[in-house]
Design a protein around this ligand. Structure first.
Ligand SMILES: C[S@@+](CC[C@H](N)C(=O)[O-])C[C@H]1O[C@@H](n2cnc3c(N)ncnc32)[C@H](O)[C@@H]1O
Length: 218
């Protein structure tokens, strides 16, 4: 039984489906009922719940906990509470796709570094769990699990977007530019315009890390 935290539309389940037995059962947790409706499917039960209330999640019978694109949103305090539960319940944890603070584009733009720095500052704002760990989330999780005696594997899993992914790159640019502007990068609107013009020839790399932590004996 796998418990997926912050499941969104169910992308962790979709990504792992080909690597797990067909009869695998999932409990999918999110606070957004519209996303849960999209995530529902065979072998799943959905739970509308606030992840801040960690103790109230449906832990009984769970054998693996997963999440994707979540660890950079949470606070140090939340991570401490989660990893304590994982340790107490002797549960392995697979946390995919934590943003690691690195973005690069080719061709480069003189504003890339400033926008990335401002975006990273914005990533440390409160996303509903207290001050976010942002780009430090993956390293903090790995350190916390190791301190609890888990064996920890961490691997790079960057998004590599090509010119053919222009629509996705465009949507990302809008979000990155807006967040960077909010965090004080005055050049962000012009940077976004310049980047949009060069989208047909742009490749983009967004650094992410995947972490697998296994308690002793699992
Ligand atoms: C960045 S999205 C990741 C979604 C999905 N795991 C994926 O990789 O596509 C974060 C998810 O966490 C959910 N979320 C954020 N804060 C939450 C909270 N306090 N309680 C429950 N779910 C929350 C959001 O609704 C969203 O679906």
């Amino acid at each position: 039984m796998i418990l997926d935290l912050g499941c969104g539309t169910g992308s962790t389940r979709r990504a792992l489906a080909d690597h797990l037995p067909p009869a695998t059962q999932w409990r999918l947790v999110d606070h957004d009922p519209a996303l849960l409706a999209l995530a529902a499917g065979p072998g799943t039960r959905t739970f509308a719940a606030d992840l801040n209330a960690l103790d109230a999640l449906p832990w009984d019978g769970v054998t693996l906990v997963t999440c994707s694109a979540l660890v950079d949103l949470v606070s140090d305090d939340w991570l401490t509470r989660l990893t304590t539960i994982l340790s107490d319940r002797h549960l392995p944890f697979y946390a995919a796709l934590s943003y690691d603070g690195h973005m690069s584009w080719s061709p480069a733009d003189p504003g890339d570094a400033d926008v990335t720095a401002a975006f990273n500052r914005h990533q440390t704002g409160d996303k509903g769990f207290g001050p976010s760990l942002g780009p430090q989330g993956a390293a903090a999780l790995a350190a916390r699990l190791a301190a609890l005696g888990f064996s920890v594997r961490i691997a790079d899993s960057p998004w590599r977007l090509q010119p053919r992914d222009m629509a996705l790159q465009d949507a990302l640019l809008a979000g990155i530019g807006a967040a960077a502007a909010e965090a004080g990068a005055s050049d962000a609107p012009d940077w976004t315009r310049r980047r949009r013009v060069s989208l047909p020839e742009t490749t983009m790399i967004v650094g992410h890390a995947d972490i697998l932590g296994c308690p002793h004996g699992t």
